[in-house]
Design a protein around this ligand. Structure first.
Ligand code: ATP
Ligand code: MG
Length: 600
């Protein structure tokens, strides 16, 4: 698995975009409308980012719209916490890029009954985006949800029954499975398959009214019990679940299944291209069957499938992440070590880098694994351009510049960002006592050690050259102080400024600095494909989090959530949105400067 670090083409194309382009050219639809349909049963992860960027990207490139739709048909697993986090994560990922394409509807509205082609129908035309004046009104509007279509979905179910295309079945869930057969042998028809329309209508009405317990009956489509495609062997449309729903409360005790709700939700929203992942290829004939057999007016939506994003050293799937959260391997869904969008945001990953990564891996129809190093490279590239540089020492050891008086301050100009077109500087104070990184000093240096050693010279970045004269140790022999002389003639503007030495190290003034908790994150798993491990709990990286008390240049006390900094020679850091307080800054390392796993 080798990482491809080349920049992605600016305007990506792929087989789905080619299909959309052909449909646009043929004027098959008035407007391109896509959707991103998460089930609110967990937080979104980096795999979802790929789907979001594909769906919103296509809308953006075609002056279309992309609906955020909650696929909330299974009340047992869904929660409002997840609805809220998903909404926030999608908004974060598309902000400033495709938020103008976000589909929405006015609060509390459902598709209106309309007469289309002389027939009554529940078609919901896409909202006219131009009528919405500002972002605020959009946010106040609500995302779409399958549950807001429950009434219409029942109307469609009645229509299928009337057309002889659906029946109420009394087989238990276990018997339904048994009757379905196996891929290599046909199923058997349910004994209830030939009920009359009148009987089916009566039973379905009573299912809906709550007359039967969970699992006693179901509504099934009548397709083909011998089909080689298992999904066409009279799949369930509705099941009985006496469970409250986070959105509809106690109104319903029958809930539609995904395959039934999805195609019709797409239809009701005027979706043109319904894009999902490869495991739904076999469901596509069912998607089409439902729309065709209801005789709905055209144009109908179409389903297209692409391969999931599967990055190395990462575990996706909400089910797996939930286990990491529940078993407290991580501190919650937004733990910065998780591949959740909330975790990545908290860690300091810019949305733009995430978008660039998920777009650069492309859209294909074969499953493959993507090297996480490609993602990390995209993050470093982005942060290198945009992050201000600061001085910070993670594992401090004290260094005394013996030729400076206590209280004496030399102001040095530190560059804010060398990547800027016209880089600016800020003052940092050089004082008699400073901190340097413990591993920038070696009493017994290995070969080619160019940092500080007894008798050796290095440059303190932005300040001057220093020479190590003497060590002070405690009773146990640990170094408590490194005593040096500063060559002040090598400061900026001084005659010997250009005198060269091999090493340059970072530092902060010991008298003008702030303490901060710094959380150093690393990959959560030790193996490239934790999903293939016998038990992924056994391959969790025990060193995925190290917490240190660092010394930071004082300006960082005013850092704000969302700002990202390069701590020179260390990596990219951001203030923790949850735990940082005015009294105690907490910083997260988004990523180190170099890939420490490359050689491993
Ligand atoms: P998970 O199994 O991780 O919980 P899911 O597919 O069950 O994912 P949904 O909420 O149903 O999650 O997914 C919403 C959309 O995101 C779907 O269209 C799905 O195909 C897509 N999606 C989910 N995982 C990935 C992935 N790894 N790569 C690309 N798209 C994905
Ligand atoms: Mg799912």
């Amino acid at each position: 698995m080798s990482a491809d670090h080349t920049a992605p083409a600016p305007a990506p194309s792929d087989f789905i975009r080619d299909i959309v382009a052909a449909d646009v050219a043929a004027k098959r639809y008035a407007r391109i409308v896509t959707r991103f349909p998460p089930e609110p049963n967990g937080y979104l992860h980096i795999g979802h980012a790929k789907s979001i960027c594909l769906n919103f990207g296509i809308a953006r490139e075609n002056h279309g719209q992309c609906n955020l739709r909650f696929d909330d048909t299974n009340p047992a697993k869904e929660e409002i916490e997840y609805v809220d986090s998903i909404t926030a994560d999608v908004q974060w990922l598309i902000a400033g890029w495709a938020d103008h394409c976000l589909g929405f509807k006015a609060k509390g509205t459902t598709p209106a009954l309309q007469v289309v082609d002389g027939k009554q129908d529940y078609y919901l035309p896409p909202v006219d985006q131009s009528k919405i004046e500002n972002q605020k009104s959009k946010i106040e509007a609500e995302p779409f949800s399958a549950s807001s279509y429950f009434d219409q979905l029942c109307v469609y179910a009645v229509e299928l029954i009337k057309r002889g295309k659906a029946y109420v079945c009394d087989l238990s869930p276990e018997d339904t499975d048994k009757y379905r057969g196996a891929p290599d042998r046909p199923g058997r028809p349910s004994p209830w398959r030939d009920r009359t329309v009148a009987e089916n209508l009566d039973l379905f009405t009573r299912m809906k009214a709550g007359e039967f317990p969970d699992g006693a009956r179901s509504l099934r489509s009548k397709i083909d019990m011998a089909s080689p495609n298992m999904w066409l062997r009279d799949p369930l449309l509705y099941r009985i679940r006496h469970t409250a729903h986070h959105h509809t409360g106690d109104k319903w005790c029958i809930y539609p299944l995904y395959d039934y709700a999805h195609c019709l939700s797409d239809y009701l929203e005027g979706i043109t291209h319904s894009i999902c992942t490869l495991e739904f290829v076999d469901h596509r004939p069912l998607y089409d069957w439902i729309l065709e057999n209801l005789g709905l007016p055209r144009p109908l939506p179409h389903q297209y499938e692409f391969a999931k994003l599967v990055p190395t050293y990462t575990l996706l799937s909400k089910r797996n992440i939930l286990r990491l959260v529940q078993e407290k391997v991580v501190a919650g869904w937004d733990d910065p070590r998780l591949p959740t969008l909330s975790g990545l945001r908290r860690r300091g990953i810019p949305a733009s880098a995430l978008r660039k990564f998920v777009t650069s891996v492309g859209v294909t129809t074969f499953n493959s694994v993507t090297d996480i190093a490609v993602f990390e490279h995209a993050v470093r590239e982005e942060l290198n351009q945009s992050s201000g540089r600061r001085l910070a020492v993670l594992r401090p050891v004290k260094l005394v510049l013996t030729n400076l008086a206590a209280g004496e301050v030399f102001e040095c100009a530190a560059t804010n960002n060398p990547q800027d077109e016209n880089p600016t500087t800020r003052p940092v104070a050089l004082t008699r006592e400073v901190f340097i990184e413990a591993d920038d000093f070696a009493e017994v240096p290995p070969p080619k050690f160019f940092r500080l050693k007894p008798g050796g010279e290095v440059r303190l970045k932005y300040a001057c050259l220093i020479k190590c004269d003497e060590l002070v140790k405690d009773a146990r022999g640990a170094i408590t102080e490194i005593r040096c002389t500063a060559d002040l003639t090598t400061r900026a503007g001084q005659p010997n400024v250009d005198r060269k030495v091999k090493g340059t190290i970072h530092w902060v003034s010991a008298t003008k600095c702030v303490d901060a908790e710094v959380r150093l994150y690393d990959r959560l798993f030790t193996v490239p494909e934790p999903g293939n491990a016998e038990d992924f709990m056994k391959v969790v990286n025990p060193k995925s989090l190290e917490v240190v008390t660092a010394k930071l240049e004082p300006g960082l006390a005013a850092a704000k959530v969302g700002e990202r900094y390069q701590f020179e020679r260390l990596g990219y850091f951001t203030l923790d949105a949850k735990d940082a307080t005015a009294a105690k800054p907490v910083f997260n390392r988004a990523i180190s400067l170099k890939d420490t796993w490359a050689k491993a």
